[in-house]
Design a protein. Structure first.
Lengths: 381, 179
């Protein structure tokens, strides 16, 4: 402070000695910046801040200007998702009464994506599933009428919320199956330990009307799928540790499992593997699938990709392999692709960088160094 | 929470001695009918463990962790995900002062190169303070996604504690794994 004072008094004296002073700077006005019109090249980046997990946050980042545009607070091990109309970011999270300790309050907070200001909340039972970044730890129904939050105590269930009236409508037991995979206006699926899919259909009041359980569609012992499903136009793709793609069609009353196909050749199987956190992204109108891949063995399923592989979803053919400069950026743990006609591929790395690539050519356009501590979930606006 | 821990540990070790995993699950299935909200994982997770024999001595007050316990490559850490409590004031089997042990855990099966045996290891979290932030260690041998909860190291295993903030993780041998 003293040094600053000396500097501020010394500067005018020096100017006076060398000639007439320039005109004073204009007065400034304090404002709050506006977010501006939405761009398909924005990306919401969840940083769960592993070194101080009570301080998770979501950054809004512009993939054209490479600018951090603002932040949404996200509490402790949150679920984060965006409403179908893109107007709202929902954060299902925990706060402790005295910072790092004290009474636990679980809440879903709603944030206006045009201002990044919190606009409302629903206090929920103190048992939202506290886990790392996933698309299925809070999710909207396709029409935005219901919001689903998985609970874990560790008994598993999920809450059905009304985001318009800001109320909890029901809690539905899932018999040990976990996560909320939304489809249509009133159905929720959860993955079961046995490799089955539990599907609950809701009535107009958000209560359970019916439930079905599928046959096992993957082997959780020999080749489990990542729980982080990749949204398709008509369902989700589940990628297995060894690179099998299980596409699940959710357009009918019961989910239908298509014949699985492989990301790897017989020679590559077991050597080249998908890995990371958000282990796939699909450009839905172009039918392209992007997967971070690495060389590894059993237990390497969280290792980031040293390459990004691109597949055509119709032909199942690999169309490109893009190497990642892991020395410079770190391996890729999460990917997301913008859904416009000139798409950008976003890739979060083990070193907390956010890479912006041309999703058509794989050309690295920008390496944003250290976007937070552990940025690992990427959401389209 | 310590007494709760002992109850879970005792019942788990006892069950492990006298029943197979399949029969245990069948029994649990019957038990579960109409009681889905009971937390069961503390029992299920040790079903493959044999009796470990006499307990290792608890560390004396102020016991220092070994360099091995502060190293992510230590064989007991084969499926750990978090900050090593041995770097945070505890050891590989003790939580740092002022924290609480989690009564529910995930488990791993780790190979001890020293004696050639595979061991069932319980990865308890230590709870009630903010993240330790030191000696982050993530290894995933046999780790499974969240739908196989007892093998998952991503969820907060402090979830059932009165103070459910996550601080660090320990690794406790439960017994030799059955072949």
């Amino acid at each position: 402070m003293l040094l600053a004072l000396v500097a501020s008094t010394a500067a005018p004296m020096a100017a006076a000695a060398t000639g007439p002073q320039p005109p004073p700077l204009p007065t400034e006005h304090l404002t709050v910046a506006q977010v501006g019109p939405k761009s398909p090249h924005w990306v919401y980046v969840l940083d769960y801040a592993f070194n101080n997990e009570i301080d998770s946050r979501v950054y809004l980042f512009d993939g054209d200007t490479y600018r951090r545009m603002g932040q949404i607070d996200a509490g402790f091990l949150p679920g984060v998702n965006i409403s179908p109309d893109g107007k709202t970011t929902a954060v299902a999270t925990t706060y402790f009464a005295r910072g790092g300790h004290g009474a636990r309050t679980d809440v879903v907070e709603f944030n206006d994506n045009t201002t990044l200001a919190k606009t409302g909340e629903i206090v929920i039972p103190p048992k939202h599933a506290q886990t790392l970044a996933m698309l299925f730890t809070v999710a909207f129904s396709a029409d935005g009428r219901f919001l689903y939050v998985p609970y874990l105590t560790p008994a598993a269930s999920f809450g059905v919320l009304d985001p318009a009236r800001k109320t909890v409508l029901s809690e539905i037991d899932t018999a040990g199956c976990t996560l909320v995979i939304p489809w249509g206006p009133n159905r929720v699926s959860s993955i079961c330990e046995s490799g089955r899919l539990l599907t609950v259909t809701l009535d107009a009041a958000g209560h359970e009307a019916a439930r079905t359980t599928s046959d096992p569609w993957f082997d959780p012992d020999k080749d489990p799928v990542f729980a982080q499903g990749v949204p398709l136009t008509d369902g989700y793709a589940y990628i297995s540790f060894l690179g099998q793609v299980h596409e699940v069609d959710f357009t009918n009353p019961k989910p239908a499992m298509r014949a699985p196909w492989s990301l790897v050749t017989a020679q590559e199987k077991g050597t080249w593997r998908p890995g990371g956190v958000q282990i796939g992204a699909v450009h839905r109108s172009l039918g392209k699938l992007f997967i971070p891949m690495h060389r590894g063995g059993e237990g390497s399923h969280k290792v980031g990709g040293s390459e990004i592989w691109v597949f055509d979803l119709k032909s199942h053919q690999r169309t490109a392999r893009w190497p990642v400069n892991t020395q410079q950026t770190g391996a890729v743990v999460s990917v997301q692709v913008s859904q416009d006609a000139a798409p950008l591929l976003f890739a979060a790395t083990e070193k907390a960088d956010l890479l912006v690539l041309d999703a058509s050519s794989g050309r690295l356009k920008h390496d944003e160094k250290k976007l937070g501590q552990t940025p690992q979930l990427l959401l389209n606006p | 929470m310590q007494s709760l821990d002992r109850v879970f540990e005792k019942s788990a070790r006892s069950l492990a001695k006298r029943t197979s995993r399949r029969s245990l699950l069948a029994s649990l299935g019957q038990l579960l009918t109409g009681a889905a909200l009971l937390p069961l994982l503390p029992i299920d997770r040790t079903a493959r463990a044999q009796s470990p024999g006499p307990h290792a001595q608890s560390p004396a007050a102020g016991a220092k962790p070994t360099a091995e316990e502060q190293n992510c490559d230590y064989w007991k850490y084969c499926a750990i995900d978090g900050f090593l409590c041995a770097c945070c004031g505890g050891t590989s089997t003790s939580c740092p002062p002022g924290t609480q042990t989690s009564p529910i855990t995930w488990i791993g099966t780790c190979h001890n190169p020293g004696d050639g045996r595979d061991y069932i290891v319980s990865y308890n979290d230590c709870c009630g303070k903010v993240s330790c932030g030191d000696c982050f260690c993530n290894r995933n041998e046999g780790e499974k996604p969240m739908y196989r909860l007892s093998r998952n190291n991503d969820v907060n295993w402090c979830m059932a504690n009165t103070e459910s903030n996550y601080h660090c993780s320990v690794s406790v041998i439960l017994g030799v794994a059955e072949k």
